[in-house]
Design a protein around this ligand. Structure first.
Ligand code: C2E
Ligand code: CA
Ligand code: CA
Ligand code: CA
Length: 280
């Protein structure tokens, strides 16, 4: 079938048709998922390696499909990106973060982890209304912008025309900006360290992947010196073992995230953990 040109390719390959149908159906269902209450968020702690306490949380989106069960974000976020549904989903997630942050500030004060981190996709960053939407949600929820952080990837920033202006505007609103999945793109270190970001999240492939044993370990060890010099915080992602945590600590890392410290969990479970920590 592959030898056939043009539209015939589809015509002769029912498998392709099915895949295309599936994708179209998922896109249509995803556009209704928010309204149907199928989208929810989990929180994964970001901890201080020296004290073990959570100083923040990353908010991660989930889709509970009525027939297919839990669909991971790696599957549905790209679909939402392609169709534009991510704009609506992203707005909702940011609002959830603001509501949660204001709620924690009110109920727990300084006992609560200070920052909630939210992922922002390339499509959102490219949206001319993005900054106004953020400002509007902050106003409406009364959340303290200093307690919110947005995470953007290097490719999202570098491929989006107005990204730098937008990041500056977000920081002017008082939000912090993190560069996510650091090290997975192809940009030079000096270019990246020059971006208007406050935090650099070192990708898990350097921390717990196969490369973590050799090349990754060197990156991890040396990067911290650069971030210190540039006044940027570093968060090591994907920490799974205490040996990895020890290595990071001795390299000078203060902040980390990973299954070792906690999986993404519902807000109530996360609250229980930091309340327990405060009581102890
Ligand atoms: P990410 O932003 O890099 O998020 C971290 C991912 O690593 C999460 O996967 C998290 O569960 C996983 N993780 C955390 N600790 C460990 C560990 O120790 N080992 C391993 N192997 N994995 C760990 P998750 O929740 O499946 O999310 C996948 C990606 O989907 C995220 O990667 C992010 O790019 C995207 N995503 C999730 N929620 C949102 C959202 O609300 N908006 C947008 N735009 N993207 C989102
Ligand atoms: Ca992230
Ligand atoms: Ca990441
Ligand atoms: Ca990612």
């Amino acid at each position: 079938a592959k030898a056939a040109g043009g539209n015939q390719w589809h015509w002769f390959d029912p498998g392709m048709d099915r895949a295309a149908d599936e994708a179209a159906r998922m896109a249509a269902e995803l556009s209704q998922a928010l309204l149907r209450d199928q989208i929810f968020v989990l929180f994964q702690p970001i901890v201080d390696l020296n004290t073990g306490t959570a100083v923040g949380a990353e908010m991660l989106m989930r889709w509970r499909h009525p027939e297919q069960g839990l669909i991971p974000p790696d599957v549905f976020i790209p679909v939402a990106e392609r169709t534009g549904t991510i704009i609506e989903l992203g707005r909702w997630v940011f609002e959830q973060a603001c509501l949660r942050s204001a709620d924690w500030d009110r109920r727990f004060g300084t006992a609560a982890p200070e920052k909630i981190s939210v992922n922002v996709s390339a499509r959102q960053l490219a949206d001319p209304a993005f900054v106004a939407t953020v400002r509007d949600i902050l106003d409406r929820t009364g959340a303290d912008p200093a307690h919110l952080m947005i995470e953007v990837t290097e490719t999202a920033v570098l491929d989006t025309g107005d990204a730098l202006t937008r990041l500056d505007a977000l920081r002017a609103l008082g939000l912090r900006v993190a560069l996510d999945d650091f090290g997975t793109g192809h940009s030079s270190l000096s270019l990246l360290l020059d971006l208007p970001v406050d935090v650099l999240k070192v990708d898990k492939s350097f921390v717990s992947g196969e490369a973590a044993e050799h090349a990754g370990a060197i990156v991890v060890r040396n990067l911290i010196g650069f971030t210190d010099d540039f006044g940027i915080d570093a968060v090591a992602e994907g920490v799974e073992t205490s040996a990895q945590a020890d290595r990071l600590r001795s390299a000078g890392y203060r902040l980390a995230q990973g299954y070792l410290f906690g999986r993404p969990m519902p807000a109530a479970d996360f609250e229980a953990s930091f309340r327990r920590a405060t009581a102890a």
